[in-house]
Design a binder for this molecule. Structure first.
Ligand SMILES: [Zn+2]
Ligand SMILES: [Zn+2]
Length: 193
């Protein structure tokens, strides 16, 4: 599908009806290039612009040796950002009392993070590249929704629905529901969906 192709949306007229927001994608350590390119193309289309930044080293101080996972809140605070930034890691994350998290974000802030670790069908003994990409864009849109001030939504098919497990992620769509879209619009954010 889109992965691997480089489409420069900036040079097209595609962005006229949307808020032109740049979403920087910041890989933490090694991250699969294909999925980064896929996210970039999607986010460019939805928000106006997106760039993949050079990978940063993972902050080892954020590793919890007992749980053998990284603390998402710690990673989120580890790197300075200029613009809205989606951090992407291959490592497993957890936060507070949650055993694991797919991601975390600063509500109304600039930073969001997603982990690919539990999004891979291989983690559940399956193989499906399409499903992996779908899950990644859902988690990216969910955490970016928080960055734009959205809270969790009660509509199970809305991307802002809280994913307790991968089943919730698979059940919901990658889109914001009408209610969430209206909230974004009232904040001046118009997406190209
Ligand atoms: Zn959430
Ligand atoms: Zn919603």
């Amino acid at each position: 599908m889109e992965s691997g192709k480089s489409i420069d949306i900036k040079n097209t007229k595609n962005t006229k009806n949307i808020t032109n927001i740049t979403i920087n994608i910041q890989p933490i350590g090694y991250v699969n290039r294909k999925i980064l390119e896929f996210l970039k193309e999607k986010l460019r289309h939805f928000f106006g612009d997106s760039e993949i930044l050079r990978p940063v080293e993972i902050n080892r101080f954020c590793f919890d040796s007992l749980r053998k996972k990284y603390i998402s809140t710690c990673l989120l605070k580890s790197y300075p950002v200029a613009e809205i930034t989606l951090f992407v890691t291959e490592h497993d994350l957890f936060a507070d009392r949650l055993n694991f998290v797919f991601g975390e974000a600063e509500l109304g802030g600039k930073r969001a993070i997603i982990s690919l670790y539990r999004l891979r069908p291989e983690f559940y003994g399956m193989k499906d590249g399409e499903l992996f990409r779908e899950r990644a864009i859902k988690e990216a849109m969910h955490e970016l929704g928080h960055v734009f001030g959205l809270m969790h939504c009660r509509n199970p098919s809305c991307v802002m629905y809280f994913s307790n497990s991968i089943l919730d992620t698979d059940r919901k769509s990658w889109k914001y529901c009408e209610l969430c879209l209206a909230k974004l619009k009232s904040r001046g954010i118009k997406l190209n969906l």
